[in-house]
Ligand binder design. Structure first.
Ligand code: PLP
Length: 389
């Protein structure tokens, strides 16, 4: 669009510090800017475009649904939401699903469920939720407060009360916090994505899971970023050997359309009753049709290829010149560089590759079906940029 940047700057709220690139089209793992420059997309819209841009099967599924009806009120039954909820339950063991439109909304629902569950079971004051320092759970007033980073706790107060923060590497600190207040849930990401692509330690997780089980405290896992095949399993918690009580997800679920889901397992399956929660756009049929197309293709063959590509990235970057460390799981990867990551990122962009940042790291979140040769080309460029060549 002519003057897109100046019009955006003038009329769109100043909340995003954008790169100086206008994307005009995309196909698979490539995007093109308004000057015709081609980039390898290594962030897929921050873990949203699960099968890349303009994936044919996804377009067919969503346009098919659009040709039937684009939206109906949740006052009526409609097939896409029902079918998707069944698929999610069958694949995870969850009993019920609440659909919203974003990660923050999925987490809001999880928080409401945990509090109501505790109120129904133990009475009024069991409302504390322990989250982890350095976490990220969203930008609504409540999910900002659930986020364990002080930087998010200014300007917008007063915030929702009842959140406590524990160090992600110190299970005893978390357990002591849980003993100090009436606590209904622990809430955490298996890999802190915005926090710098930091997977939780397995020992830490097993200790807090064990404490929660012994003390009737709910386990809420935020899989907004890690979910839907991103880490090499359908959900990342599977790799930690426990079953949560509530799982939230969004981002890649519908492959590029807004959809959030809160998966409710046995303990909390009956917590929400008629009128206790809702969302006008929740379970939007087009988003759900997109999600059905995505979820039905996140199968063992795809997950195997995600793990193979992950191994390739780790093997290629670990120990490479200018690279201090590589963290993450599956195709959610953080790279710590000798040079300032903003400088390395700028070079990557100049060289036609689009990763993003997570704290002081370069973060890779490519489409799960990125072709191996495209990935190899991108990794080669990242290595070159990190090495300062
Ligand atoms: N939770 C996690 C772990 C996230 O990474 C994000 C977004 O980055 C959110 C919640 C918020 O999701 P949304 O931006 O869809 O509200």
């Amino acid at each position: 669009m002519k003057n897109c940047k100046s019009i955006d700057k003038k009329y769109v709220a100043n909340t995003y510090s954008r790169f100086d690139i206008e994307i005009v089209s995309g196909k698979g793992s490539y995007v093109f800017d308004d000057k015709g420059k081609k980039y390898i997309d290594l962030n897929s819209g921050i873990a949203v475009n699960t099968f890349g841009l303009c994936d044919k099967k996804w377009i067919d599924a969503t346009t098919n649904q659009m040709n039937q009806f684009q939206h109906v009120s949740n006052l009526y039954y409609s097939a896409p939401g029902a079918k998707l909820a069944k698929m999610l339950c069958k694949r995870t063991g969850a009993k019920k699903v609440f659909f919203g439109n974003s990660g923050a909304e999925a987490n809001e629902c999880a928080i409401k469920v945990a509090r109501k569950w505790a109120k129904d079971k133990f009475g009024e004051d069991d409302y504390y939720i322990i989250t982890l320092k350095n976490s990220f759970h969203g930008r609504t007033i409540t999910t900002l407060k659930a986020t364990g980073q002080d930087v998010f706790h200014k300007d917008f107060g007063p915030f929702t009360e009842g959140f406590l923060y524990a160090d992600p590497s110190n299970a005893n600190e978390l357990i002591n916090l849980a003993k100090s207040k009436k606590c209904c849930a622990f809430m955490f990401e298996m890999i802190q994505g915005e926090g710098g692509v930091l997977p939780l330690d397995k020992n830490f997780v097993s200790k807090i899971v064990d404490y929660a089980h012994r003390n009737d405290i709910l386990l809420i896992v935020d899989e907004v970023q890690t979910g839907n095949g991103r880490t090499g399993t359908l959900y990342a918690y599977e790799q930690y050997g426990f079953t949560p009580d509530i799982v939230t997800t969004a981002k890649g679920l519908a492959g590029g359309l807004p959809l959030g889901a809160t998966l409710l397992f046995e303990k909390v399956e009956k917590t929400l009753g008629y009128g206790s929660h809702g969302s006008t756009f929740g379970a939007n049929p087009v988003s759900c049709a997109g999600a059905i197309s995505i979820l039905s293709r996140i199968n063992s063959k795809l997950l195997k290829s995600v793990n193979e590509k992950s191994k390739y990235i780790f093997d290629s970057l670990n120990g490479a010149k200018g690279i201090k460390s590589v963290s993450g799981m599956g195709l959610m990867i953080g790279i710590e560089t000798d040079e300032d990551s903003s400088v390395v990122l700028k070079k990557c962009i100049e060289n036609g590759v689009l990763p993003i940042k997570a704290k002081n790291k370069i973060r890779l979140l490519p489409a799960l079906n990125i072709p191996m040769n495209t990935l190899k080309e991108a990794v080669k460029i990242i290595k070159k940029c990190a090495a300062g060549e």
